[in-house]
Design a protein. Structure first.
Length: 287
């Protein structure tokens, strides 16, 4: 199918699906629908219900360009500039990691602990990226004071800050630039973090490393270097009776649990699984 034949939604979707299937995209039909919906400003249901609707030449050109970029592996979320996490929409860009559905388990575990604990809590999201975790917690815990740190000023102020403002939390989520807990000056009741946990040697095998920030992915030789550093820092910051929730890789439960137990000898440490039965969160509850 040539450029000139992409005159309708139906023709565009058919071409987009075929092009992405040729490129071995995991979800070619869905990707084509999302990208066309973004270009024409309609939802996916409308596209499917109105295959005869026409595209302008500008829309057709934009759609083809996006499909070609997607065919190289560029994430759909970066192409559209948005992603969905914990039932909400967030802006994203290559300055920050795209939130994954697996990370919702981290938020769920943190909320379960915080709601049971009650009261006014100081919550810190370390390595906040686009701010999705901090914002999700702040919206669900209206009495909490939420601090969000990141070493990248671009992630903080070009991605997280617009998200904080868009969700009406400019007065409740404080963004702090710095490495891990270094910007924090108070005791922490609840610490959450989705830090880099991919071993350095594996990054070359993963398509995600071609487009998303390496600083948000590279966990060092064993994938646990940054987590190890955070645990060492956290011993000086955690309030009595507080908790830490750290996202980990599917095969890191035993090693991460050992690190947490050594950092906090008197704590109760658990490894929580995701819905697929994979290790996903290390939960540390302090006495």
């Amino acid at each position: 199918m040539t450029v000139a034949t992409l005159n309708t939604y139906g023709e565009a979707l058919a071409w987009g699906l075929r092009r992405l299937a040729e490129a071995d995209a995991d979800t070619p039909a869905l990707d084509a629908e999302v990208l066309l919906a973004h270009v024409v400003g309609r939802d996916r249901a409308y596209l499917i219900a109105h295959p005869e609707a026409t595209l302008s030449s500008i829309e057709s050109g934009r759609f083809r360009a996006m499909i070609e970029r997607r065919a190289t592996g560029e994430p759909v979320q970066y192409l559209t500039g948005v992603c969905h996490f914990f039932g909400r929409e967030f802006r994203v860009s290559p300055f920050a990691l795209i939130p994954r559905p697996e990370t919702e388990h981290l938020v769920e575990a943190a909320l379960k602990w915080a709601i049971a604990r009650r009261g006014q809590l100081t919550v810190v999201d370390v390595g906040t990226g686009c701010g999705a975790i901090a914002i999700s917690l702040a919206l669900s815990l209206p009495e909490a004071r939420v601090l969000a740190t990141d070493i990248s000023p671009d992630a903080l102020f070009k991605v997280a800050l617009p998200n904080v403002v868009a969700h009406g939390l400019a007065d409740r989520v404080l963004l702090l630039e710095g490495h891990l807990l270094e910007p924090i000056t108070e005791r922490v009741d609840l610490l959450v973090a989705n830090l880099p946990y991919i071993p350095t040697a594996r990054l070359g095998e993963l398509q995600v490393a071609r487009f998303e920030p390496r600083v948000a992915l590279d966990g060092g030789p064993d994938g646990l270097s940054v987590i190890r550093e955070l645990l060492a820092q956290a011993t000086e910051y955690m309030a009595p009776g507080g908790a830490l929730m750290l996202e980990i890789g599917a095969d890191q439960g035993v090693a991460a649990r050992g690190l947490a137990e050594r950092a906090f000898p008197g704590a109760v440490v658990e490894v929580l699984q995701d819905y697929s039965g994979n290790d996903r969160v290390v939960k540390v509850e302090l006495p």
